[in-house]
Ligand binder design. Sequence first.
Ligand SMILES: Cc1cc2nc3c(=O)[nH]c(=O)nc-3n(C[C@H](O)[C@H](O)[C@H](O)COP(=O)(O)OP(=O)(O)OC[C@H]3O[C@@H](n4cnc5c(N)ncnc54)[C@H](O)[C@@H]3O)c2cc1C
Length: 480
Amino acid sequence: MTQHHRPPLAAPTPELIARLTEIVGPEHALTDPDQQLPYLREWRDLYIGRTPLVLRPANTEQVSRILALCNEARVGVVPQAGNTGLVGGQVPFESGNEIVLSVSRLKQIREINPAAYSMTVEAGLTLAECRAAAERADRLFPLSLPSEGTCQIGGNLATNAGGVGVLAYGNARQLVLGLEVVLADGRIVPGLKALKKDNTGYDLKDLFIGSEGTLGVITAAVLKLFPRPAESATAMVALAEISHALDLFSLAQETAGRSVTAFEFIPRICIDFVLRNIPGTREPFPKTYPWYVLIEISGAKADGQAAREMEDVLGQAAERGLLLDAVLAGSLSQARDLWRLRESVSEAQKPEGGNIKHDVSVPIAKIAEFIERADRIVESICPGARPLPLGHFGDGNIHYNIAQPVDMGKERFLELWEPITTAVHELVAEMGGSISAEHGIGRMKRKDLERYKSAVELELMRRIKAAFDPNGILNPGKLL
Ligand SMILES: Cc1cc2nc3c(=O)[nH]c(=O)nc-3n(C[C@H](O)[C@H](O)[C@H](O)COP(=O)(O)OP(=O)(O)OC[C@H]3O[C@@H](n4cnc5c(N)ncnc54)[C@H](O)[C@@H]3O)c2cc1C
């Protein structure tokens, strides 16, 4: 059965609202539009939803009772964590019939086991709080995103978040040992196992990770922890062409292996934007260059090995003519300054007017070709538009963002969203890439998913959805 054959969803009745309110208590059942607003408006103001009720349950049992009631009444439920998602998945539709279920009060750290390198946390802990809890136990939880102060682990797992740590530690999926999930009908899937090996049939946990709230509500997770690196070496490298980044990346891997913990590429225009719009940032070199790569190498012991490996990489790269210049951070504050150039790009784009953003991936050997071809396509659709292709080189992940031409109105530029995005995604598909590397599908990329997934994959996804959520109450109209 596909979504089209299900009975339609209903608007919640006053009686249902009263029963749901009883579960969480009136203080945590928000009906006042002012109190609801932070749950209805997403980060970029692209979507502003409506809802009769925002529910803030305190524990898994309350989540279970809420879902059981909504399922019985066939009322749509939108799971939400930190509300930093970038594809509109966490906000309800404007029709105003769906209930928002926020996990942000599920904040317990149920267990930390440093010797076993694992911790069990509830879904509403922010990513920064998870990282801090691990650090207090002298361990590293390596997922790291610019939004980590606000996004929550339930949302990170529901979106299979990426970020700068993926190169060394994998994305969110690779950092989970077990999950506790509440199904649409209220049953709890008790999967909080701390097992690395568990070959007992289908891996249900992996289905929930990245399912964007459409298969179940994640209430807790067993996360993998790692030793904290004792030292790291950070360098900024200047390149003449982005095509040299592949050889440099390969060289860094050969020389430092898994100690390479970041390899981010940045075009000159991003540095210009950051220097212009972010106070306190500084030019990394006396001269300007077309491309920059930020490399981080980490070491388990504080014995200077990371810096030696970095010097080795830079020395060999210079001999092979791969780089034009390089600076190795001599202190923690210099390293922070270099990272700030990378991490401020998003913020630095805002004052430059309208932006059309893409979060795509292609095989890493094709990154340079992709950028060159995409730039030409964009120029042909909108002469003067300013592409800012940056991202996580080792993951093949390009944030192919485009700022409006200097002399064009924002509205006129944003009218070109559809033709530009279609052309960029066509190129991605032709090159064997993905139209969503990190952020997911949500509401924004649903049409693209239909276009670029094969019919057989879409059919399997719809069948999985129907098996987990036969009434289609979980995050209706998102992803599929
Ligand atoms: C400045 C900025 C930088 C960012 N950088 C990155 C980046 O580098 N890499 C990256 O991957 N993302 C990035 N993001 C996107 C975003 O932070 C991630 O997608 C994050 O994982 C979302 O977490 P959240 O708690 O905010 O989830 P939300 O936005 O609340 O929800 C996201 C999706 O998950 C579902 N969901 C939420 N909680 C649950 C739950 N408990 N159970 C089931 N489903 C649930 C929602 O329905 C929605 O579909 C960035 C965002 C911002 C604003």
